[in-house]
Write a protein of this length. Structure first.
Length: 381
């Protein structure tokens, strides 16, 4: 790692003076990153000898459900059977704060929606003590194009497309599983990898049609990805068929634009009701998208590196936005500015995991980390 970087003394002085003068006014304009350690909308409903007793029970059970939801969210599914079974005495010190919404009481009943914030360092320590891998990263959105195949015709924006309707019900209108509590709690949280189902307005009609989606038209899909600021576009087709005994089947293919891997047909069966079957399939596909993202971004605390990078600066706001994006990454444990001018910053990033993971995480925030002749640059895309 080299720290040699030619910079004008005058530029450094001017840049630092401007930074000090403007810092307070600019930082507030940069939005804060979402906190993965906040667990929202834990719906509780308890009855006891009094409303006060019911509230105590609800909060106790609520924080237990909340931390279990958090651990399931952080840890890949194959390790869920190894999650620790925590008692109240262990959970309570891990809670940083909690909030109550939609509170209702009667003489002996208490209902509310609870939100808990947990202490990041303490949760990290708990997971590392139990030797559990975990990921804290939010990704850029995935655009999903639900295409319904029926009688040799593909439907995207056109009617009927019950497949797209179910995606919209779940992604846009918040249709969620209601039981068991664990599943309801998990789905109450924001997605690690947000999903966008285009509204099908005039711009979407002009951007791509059903035939282009099914044929994975590269130009049309790339234009759609750029217009929505997404990381990728997935074309997910569904077609129905019925077995001899009347069982309803749903054949699904899932293609990621730009990937050469041949899509595998997945067949689902279950409810005789078309809508209910489609809902269960969408819940499963969304969960798999989240799980794939989680596995790709597992933090490996056994590897820690420090990288010296140069960043080109167009403005003070530009530099502050880049700093906040980098420092908001869970893999980045420290940053240190070594030299700063009005046009460039030379700084150190300390991070856990591999350089490929860091590069991928930065790309999700529209930052490009590139190595050229032994020197690293980090700039906005």
């Amino acid at each position: 790692m080299t720290e040699t970087q030619p910079t004008s003394i005058f530029s450094r002085i001017v840049g630092l003076a401007v930074l000090i003068f403007c810092l307070a006014g600019i930082v507030a304009a940069v939005p804060a990153a979402e906190n993965i350690y906040v667990v929202r909308d834990i719906a509780v409903d308890e009855t006891a000898a009094s409303a006060s007793d019911a509230r105590t029970i609800a909060v106790r059970k609520g924080q237990e459900r909340a931390i279990n939801a958090l651990l399931r969210r952080l840890v890949p599914v194959p390790f869920h059977n190894s999650l620790p079974d925590l008692d109240e005495a262990t959970i309570t010190p891990l809670v940083a704060s909690f909030q109550v919404a939609n509170e209702r009481t009667s003489a002996k009943r208490y209902l509310a929606d609870l939100t808990f914030e947990f202490k990041r360092d303490e949760i990290r320590r708990l997971l590392r003590v139990n030797m559990l891998p975990f990921s804290e990263s939010f990704g850029k959105p995935v655009v999903v194009l639900p295409v319904f195949l029926q009688e040799d015709r593909a439907y995207l924006w056109e009617y009927p497309n019950p497949w797209r309707t179910v995606w919209i019900d779940i992604i846009d209108y918040g249709l969620r599983p209601q039981e068991p509590d664990a599943l309801r709690d998990d789905w109450a949280q924001s997605l690690l990898r947000p999903i966008i189902v285009p509204a099908g307005d005039l711009s979407d009609f002009k951007a791509i049609n059903a035939e282009q989606a099914v044929s994975l038209d590269e130009a049309a899909l790339n234009a759609l990805k750029e217009s929505y600021g997404a990381a990728e576009v997935q074309v997910i087709t569904a077609s129905e068929r019925t077995e001899a005994d009347g069982t309803l089947l749903l054949d699904i293919t899932q293609n990621v634009a730009g990937q050469l891997n041949a899509a595998v047909v997945q067949t689902y069966k279950g409810s005789a009701n078309e809508e209910e079957l489609m809902q269960s399939v969408v819940f499963d596909l969304v969960a798999k998208i989240q799980e794939d993202w989680k596995r790709q971004n597992v933090l490996d605390f056994s590897i820690e590196n420090t990288l010296a990078v140069t960043t080109n600066i167009k403005s003070l706001a530009d530099w502050l936005a880049i700093q906040q994006k980098v420092e908001g990454l869970s893999a980045v444990t420290a940053t240190r500015v070594k030299e700063l001018s009005v046009s460039q910053a030379f700084w150190h990033l300390t991070f856990v995991g591999s350089i490929d993971q860091l590069t991928g995480a930065l790309a999700q925030r529209d930052l490009l980390l590139v190595e050229r002749d032994g020197y690293w640059t980090l700039d906005l895309k």
